[in-house]
Design a protein around this ligand. Structure first.
Ligand code: ADP
Length: 282
């Protein structure tokens, strides 16, 4: 046991004590083994968290640098006279503008996420929110884009349910899911929104599309900041990879749970379940 304790102290958690019997010495041996296991799990978790933090810093640097490099390149080409054609100058200016907007959006979304992460639960603007009405408002905003691509938005929502939460955040959540569904929907496709009370009193909010789906191996990672499924079908779809990371935080502070069901080639359904305690009937 002395050897095992020394090994643990020096960071080797694999050394176990052989335990026989049920007396105090055996109990101490078991406690020592349990301590080794707990410490090993703790160190693994810390290392994983540290890796996520390091990856995040690297990702932020990369993601922010890309638009800056583009802006700088186009700007130099205009300023030093490399480009003289009026139409080209116009095109470069438009691209600079696009990248500036992207950069601004990314910074806003990053700030948004870190603000959420600082709190465990909602503290401001909490009230019962009529879910059907919120879903309708969001779909009206999406309509501008969906009409152009002949994508039909269908709503199936119970009128008499409200969810206790923050209105701006719930709008943002449904917008993120709806906007993604629209981005990945084929032309002439259908997106279904539901907001219904379930038998156990909880409320299910879902957004389903008929898009390309998400491969199973990517599903655990889509909620990570900057994660994008790098497949040819969505390479040209714009996005910062931050939408679902914000959605995850909104879902968390509302005490809700999320699930994703996706079949490649068939479509994707995001489900958010609000617990019974957050539901008000009106
Ligand atoms: P983005 O801003 O790139 O859309 P998100 O965090 O919202 O970032 O989504 C992460 C990734 O998950 C997307 O890049 C995309 O690959 C995948 N994804 C999200 N929603 C859908 C969907 N409805 N259909 C297919 N893929 C999706």
């Amino acid at each position: 046991m002395k050897d095992s304790a020394a090994a643990i102290a020096s960071g080797d958690y694999t050394r176990k004590v052989e335990v026989h019997g049920e007396d105090e010495v055996a109990a101490l041996g078991r406690a020592l083994n349990a301590l080794g296991n707990d410490l090993s799990a703790f160190v693994d978790k810390t290392e994983r968290t540290e890796k996520i933090r390091r990856d995040f810093v690297a990702n932020v640097s990369h993601e922010l640098r890309t638009p800056i490099t583009i802006i700088r390149g186009y700007n130099e080409a205009i300023s030093d006279g490399t480009i003289t054609d009026k139409e080209m100058i116009q095109r470069y200016r438009a691209l600079i503008n696009e990248e500036t907007i992207r950069l601004e959006r990314m910074i806003r979304e990053l700030l948004n996420i870190s603000r959420f992460q600082a709190s465990d639960e909602l503290t401001t603007g909490i009230e019962p929110l009529p879910l059907a009405e919120i879903v309708r408002n969001v779909t009206e905003k999406l309509m501008v884009k969906s009409v152009k691509r002949h994508v039909t938005l269908v709503i199936h929502a119970d009128e008499n349910i409200a969810v206790v939460g923050n209105g701006d955040q719930l709008v943002q959540l449904i917008m993120i899911l709806g906007d993604n569904a629209l981005k990945y929907s084929p032309d002439n496709g259908t997106i279904s929104f539901t907001a219904v009370r379930q038998e156990d009193g909880s409320v299910l909010l879902s957004v389903a599309d008929q898009g390309p789906g998400i491969p199973e191996e990517d599903l655990p990672f889509i909620w990570e900041r900057f994660y994008k499924v790098d497949k040819s079908h969505c390479r040209n779809v714009p996005g910062t990879g931050l939408g679902l990371a914000i959605a995850k935080e909104i879902i968390r502070v509302h005490g809700a749970k999320a699930q994703v069901f996706s079949t490649p080639g068939v479509g994707t359904r995001f489900e958010v379940t609000f617990p019974k305690e957050k539901v008000v009937l009106c």
